[in-house]
Design a protein around this ligand. Sequence first.
Ligand code: GLN
Length: 546
Amino acid sequence: MTTSQTKFIFITGGVVSSLGKGLASASLASILQGRGFKVRLRKLDPYLNVDPGTMSPYQHGEVFVNDDGTEADLDLGHYERFSGVSATKNDSTTSGKIYQNVINKERRGEYLGATIQVVPHVTNEIKDFILSNLDDEDFVLCEIGGTVGDIEGQPYLEAIRQIAYEFGRARVMFVHLTLLPYIPTAGELKTKPTQHSVKKLQEYGIQPDMLVCRSQKQIDENEKRKLALFCNVRQENVITALDVSNIYEVPIAYAKEGIDRAVCNHFGIECEQNLPDLSKWEHILEVMSKPQGVVKIAVVGKYTQLLEAYKSLGEAIKHGAIANRVKADIDWIDCEKIEKEGAEKYLKDTDAVIVPGGFGKRGTLGKIKAITYVRENKIPFLGICFGMQMAVIETMRNLAGVQNADTTEFAQDCVPVVGLMTEWQKEGLKQTRSKDSDLGGTMRLGAYPCRIKKGSKAYEIYQKEEISERHRHRYEVNPEYENVLLKNGMQICGKSPEGRLPEIVERNDHPFFIGVQFHPELKSKPFEPHPIFVALIKAAVKLKKA
Ligand code: GLN
């Protein structure tokens, strides 16, 4: 429910993409929380995919998964990590989804014979998305994906303009994130691209209230005055967003620039006296600035050319390191290199190895070779989703002697140690999937409970029997092989509550060898590091000291 108190902050981007709107939005939300406000973050992506679930990780980076199984943009990960607020299906959408809803309504005759148009039907659908399913928040921060001027983005700009018209400017604020390029030969920061971007926004009837300017250099008062005058923005609302080496510096850096004061002033909220409480960020930066050691963590994956594909994983490793007061040097290793050149060359100096999630056959042999290496050399290991499936296949092939143990994801005539379970339970209902299902949205997605065996390493890590973790996969470890695995040193120590689906495996002959069918990285936060990553880094520190 929106109350008359709920205020909306719309964040648009200008000049170029990849300016970090997600981080900027998440940081602003966290600062507002530091002032005691209740916030909610939402993302609207103008592309036509219904969700990013079927998009290549090379194009779009990681697919973030919410508890409710929504496959969302990776910015939702920043939102959750910075604000601690769990996102739902009501917090991310795309043009694909918006149009799908409109067309479904049209097919059902809900528009009573009207001609369906972008304005008002698509824009109304966007407005409904923004304004529905709220819970008395003080601030709702909505990030519009893409860059102002994109054809796809126009309905979104029209929708937020209408919301400002209907709610009045006292409840709506427009924040525009732009870039001030630095031209070394002129020795100047250039404001013209920002001026053009604001002119474009004004064409759509949107007057930004604040400019957040990404820049390599401090923006001096002269430049701020110029930007303010030409862009019709109050000078104190021109915020410098200096490049930082560590994203966890952003909230404090923005607060120093007075971003929250500018927001409070815009909405007429009294704020001069008190400062936001950012002590938790200060603590994180303090620990990160004085690490008591360094551990080297190797991630053996296949999307290593684009680290955005492993966004949450990189963050979760950092959180585990912070909890152990060390720094993690992450070595992103292309599994195809290990496939060709062997594991020794790449893994011999490493303190822990992670084989992350993945899809498809390419490079799998490299992952299996890496797993053999860490198993034999007692290097701490975490296999996530596909990484767990590969760990199980490795034990079957190399210890149980089943040479053609494989996954039916890409192998036909194999011993199906990993296969397609055709049904599983979600909230008491049976869900089915088959090889012919649509690729989008048909995986086991979102939070599922798992029961952990007492006395296992996993139990020691979680300190409880019942956990809930997020999934995103189509295939499962086949429970029929439980006994063979056990005979070969691998126990299934976490299962779905009815006892059927293997969720966690661990080796009994190894100091730290764990595989999980879920994605623990999706729930890790700087202020709430995930216990598995804390334990993995702890094991790495121990190995290093030994
Ligand atoms: N490709 C595997 C599956 O679909 C693993 C997926 C993943 O690692 N997220 O089951």
